[in-house]
Design a protein around this ligand. Sequence first.
Ligand code: UD1
Length: 504
Amino acid sequence: MTVPLEEVKRRLELAGQPHLLHFWPELSEDERQLFLQELSQLDLDGLRGHCEEAAAAAAAPAASLDRHIEPVPAELIGSVRRSEQSSLAEWEREGLLQISQNHVGVLLLAGGQGTRLGVPYPKGMYNVELPSGKTLYQIQAERIHRVQELADMQYASKSIVPWYIMTSEFTLAPTEAFFQENDYFGLKPSNVIMFEQRMIPAVTFDGKVILQGKGKIAMAPDGNGGLYKALVDNKVLEDMEKRGVEYLHVYCVDNILVKMADPVFIGFCVSKGADCGAKVVEKAYPAEPVGVVCRVKGVAQVVEYSEIQPETAELRGPGGELVYSAGNICNHFFTRAFLQDVADKFEGQLKQHVALKKVQFVDTQGNQVKPTKPNGIKMEKFVFDVFPFSRNFVAFEVVREDEFSPLKNANSAASDNPTTARNALLAQHCRWAAAAGATLLDQHGKPLPPAAMSVSDADRPPAQCEISPLVSYFGEGLESLLKGKKVATPFILDQKQAKELQGH
Ligand SMILES: CC(=O)N[C@H]1[C@@H](OP(=O)(O)OP(=O)(O)OC[C@H]2O[C@@H](n3ccc(=O)[nH]c3=O)[C@H](O)[C@@H]2O)O[C@H](CO)[C@@H](O)[C@@H]1O
């Protein structure tokens, strides 16, 4: 609902932000309507607090947590590598059972702007140039299909894993359009639930909301921890309850190897009676941009890569291993009951993180300015900051080359780029084919050496072997198709090809 101009004026003055209407006389009637709408949507009463808090936080950065942190003891972290096959199988059965009973949903955090990758569209629409040309969204959708199928095969069910997608003002419209154009990748549209997180204004160092245009405020999403407000705003918890969803796998958009609704992880968390959990991988190097799961004053928490001191990140134990090695891969488990608790009691206590950014603005003369150094404060909440409210938090370490290869940067960067993501997936699929008993051949009909199946640098990419998630979720079911076969690369194993191989 649009608030009348006089009322907006009065409240902006109370909030110490009357400058926002500086160019009002110059705006056209249409621009005024739009701007008034934008201003009406602001939390005008909370605006003074927001601006003061941002300015104070930027002036006196939060004290480093490093003095209070300690690693989570390794024996308290569940681990794929250190567990018996029988335990892994048991967790997987439990996870699939929960899926078969429609108790599991997935939630994608897709409200970020993907600034580092530098594309003008949502990251999920990115195509890393796999032989199939699939985008991240399509890969994820197909993994949902397949995990439902696996549960149904094991438990004779007809399961649904609803896909909740948190977007922001930047990503909602293109994401919706993309899903429509692609027929929701074969999923039922009613099981794909998109919703929007809130946006909050960027503020100058002296606590003034930044005008990006004469009739436009510089707004940014409120961080992936904006999830908890968005769950309430959009009645997502009610939707989960209606569907009987008790467990949610929350993940970030850019990990090409993400195991959607991972039955092993879900089963592990459920068996341990956890209300909250995080997947981790061993950190690759001290400065790797991943948060670390650790304890702060005895309580499990993630310390983000931007907030840990380099000296702490570099600490090594007696065997040379990193002391803080539990790298957060932004794959979280929550029970609905825990999320409800967060919504009811804790959301207001979530920490605000301060990011200093270059924010375009109009100066008082009406000139558009592109700053060369940070001039603005963006406040963000982080999705993992609810961990300290958990009653039973668990961490689960998975194998990096099987589960983590994030797409963060453009190819000009050395790591976490489209090439490394593509190679990680191809190498994994080569390993799956080999483990199923196939011999992969190069263009000359020669068996490929093991090196062609490992994640390697851009100069020596792995063989082109891509297996559709519709055929295999995590390497299962391939023996009957590939055992004893010589397979020429490039090789795309899709459903059609699988049918042909089955026929032989
Ligand atoms: C705060 C957080 O989780 N940090 C984690 C994130 O860092 P990183 O800095 O890479 O986080 P990103 O900015 O990429 O955001 C992670 C995810 O949150 C989404 N997003 C972001 C901002 C926002 O307002 N709304 C929103 O939905 C993004 O679309 C993305 O899917 O992933 C790393 C692993 O890859 C982890 O090691 C980091 O600990």
